[in-house]
Structures are given as C-alpha cells and as structure tokens.
Design a protein around this ligand. Structure first.
Ligand SMILES: [Zn+2]
Length: 336
C-alpha cells in the first residue's frame, strides 16, 4: 500500500481528524518533493478501505485495497497530466526526450471524461475520491469544468487537490476547498530516510534539493544514472582514457556506487575472458570482448581484490577525487 513517509505521522493524524467531517474539496499544499501526492493517495486508500487500521491507514488486505493497488478501484480516480503520469525517476531519465512531447497540463477532456463518475453514486462504500495532482496544471478551462462539480457535489464525492503552487489556482477553486498545509519534513528525519534509501551524502543532497527529501532522492538517482553512464563510456574506451578527468567528473557521485559499478565491470571482463558470457553489460558486449583480449588476467584479479577493500573505504574517503584517481590508476595497470 501507499506507506507513509516517516515525517508524515503528524500530518496523517491531522487528516484523520478531518475524516468524519471531510469537505468535498481538500487542498493539500506544500513544497515540491515532500510527498504530498503519496500522502493524498494513502488518504484516498484509507477513505475507501473497508477495514482501516487503528491509525486510520488502509488495511492493504480488503477487496477495496486490492483494487486500489491495482489501479482499478471503481470509486477512485487519479487525474494527472500525461507527463506527470510517467513512471519513476529512472524511467524519466531514459525516456527524457520522448517525455518532453507529453503534455504537462491536465486537459479539459480528462475532466469531461469523468463527468459520469462525478454524477454516479459509490459502488462500494459511501465515498468516492478523486485526486488531482498537481492541481495547478489545470488550465482555467479545465479548472472551470471542475468548479461546477465542486459547487454542487454529489454526496460522498471528495476531491483531494495536490499543489505546490496554490497561487496559480483559480480563486474560485481555492474558496471551495479546505486548505491543508503539508509540513516540510524536519531535516534530521529526511536525512535518515535518504540514508536508508542508499544516499550517502544525504545532508548535502537534501540541502541542494531545498530540504525536499523526494526531490533529493530524485537528484541523487539522476546523478547516479549520469555518473554510471560517464564511467561506462570511459571504461569502454579503455585503455586510452583520461582518468584524471574522469575522477574529476565523478568525484561528486556516490563513491560506493562507483566501486560497485567497477566491480560489475570487472566481473564481466573476467567472465568474458573465461567463459565468453556477459552478465551486467549486455549492451557493451563488443567492447568487453575487445578489452578482455588485452587485459592481464593476474592484474585484473588483483584489482578485483583491491576493489573489495575500496568498497569499505568508499563510504568515508578523505578526498573523493584522490580516491578515484588511485582507483583508476590501479585499473589502468590491468592493461600494462
Ligand atoms: Zn483495506
């Protein structure tokens, strides 16, 4: 189910307090990247759940929760722009070019298509829930289509509007909704959570992301993706690589990750040499075969042993750049 983030407990209690006198329009507003949409989804699931837990969270076991998880709940709709509906951060990086063509606005047709839903009564329980995120991506025409429903809502129909730019919403929409300020996570809680997600330099990344933990995680993931691409490109071009420049480029990447990528690379080099098989880098098989012919097997084995030590040191290097320089110098020796 949509589990809450560790910083959302108080917001969750406040939402639960609204449960019995839930307005037709609730506006969850707050900074970008702090988990407003996840909070809204968890709340929606809990409103529809047949047997919510003691703290109000969806049970995750009833038929309603099952439908919700499958994205097929008859009493729930999530309205997003095409661009926002695109999967996770990783996917977004890979398909960045394609995604640029996707609409960033919620089209009026999307709301018109929901007119039947707005007017019917609940299939299951008493309630039907619509989450709109981010609400500011509704152009005025779409917002006006929503306004009609907000002004004369069918009983049991609830809108959870998620926004980080409430000032861009029509005043008429704002006046129809109860504002709910989603709290900015305390830095300490956010840092701990980021560390748990594998971000080593959590404090720095969090600050860089304006103390929004989800944004920070996305940033770290993107940087990692970019870092891996840079490293692999260089490794494929070995041995004629400017390793000093490479160390310079990668010094801000998560170092334990860099070591891990090198381990996978060396595993493939050694595997191609001995069995001809590639495990991690199928798309670089040709480069690996060429390199495997040139690599000195004993040196490669030594380097792989060094990487095990490096993995331990990578979490606390005195100087990331020097750490990488010496790592790459050792790798270069494999082609001596
Ligand atoms: Zn349930």
């Amino acid at each position: 189910m949509n589990a809450l983030y560790p910083w959302q407990q108080e917001d969750w209690q406040r939402l639960q307090a609204l449960r019995q006198r839930l307005p037709h329009g609730l506006l969850l507003k707050g900074g970008q990247g702090i988990g407003k949409l996840d909070l809204a989804l968890a709340f929606a699931a809990s409103l529809l759940c047949v047997h919510p837990d003691d703290d109000g969270q969806a049970c995750g076991k009833c038929a309603s929760c099952h439908w919700f998880e499958q994205g097929s709940h008859p009493d729930f709709r999530l309205v997003q722009s095409e661009a926002d509906a695109v999967g996770d951060a990783g996917e977004a990086i890979e398909g960045e070019k394609a995604d640029k063509k996707k609409s960033k606005v919620i089209r009026i047709e999307q709301l018109r298509a929901l007119e039947d839903f707005f007017n019917q009564s609940a299939h299951q329980g008493q309630r039907r829930v619509v989450v709109i995120s981010p609400a500011e991506s509704m152009p005025p025409a779409a917002a006006n289509a929503l306004l009609k429903t907000l002004e004369e809502p069918t009983p049991g129909l609830h809108f959870l509007l998620v926004t980080h730019k409430p000032q861009q919403l029509l005043p008429t929409i704002l006046s129809r909704c109860l504002a709910f300020a989603v709290t900015l996570p305390p830095a300490e809680t956010a840092c701990r959570w980021l560390s748990e997600q594998g971000v080593t330099d959590a404090e720095a990344v969090l600050a860089q992301a304006g103390f929004a933990p989800l944004l920070a995680l996305e940033l770290a993931t993107q940087e990692q993706g970019a870092g891996r691409a840079i490293l692999l490109q260089a490794l494929c071009a070995a041995p004629s690589v400017d390793y000093l420049a490479l160390a310079d480029k990668l010094q801000r990447t998560e170092l334990p990750q860099v070591v891990h990528w090198l381990q996978q690379w060396c595993y493939d080099l050694s595997s191609v040499r001995s069995t001809g098989r590639v495990r991690y880098h199928g798309n670089h098989a040709a480069a690996l075969r060429k390199l495997a012919d040139r690599v000195a097997p004993l040196q490669l084995m030594n380097f792989q042993r060094d990487l095990l030590t490096a993995r331990r040191e990578a979490s606390h290097p005195l100087n990331p750049r020097l750490f990488l320089e010496s790592l790459f110098a050792a790798y270069q020796h494999c082609y001596a």
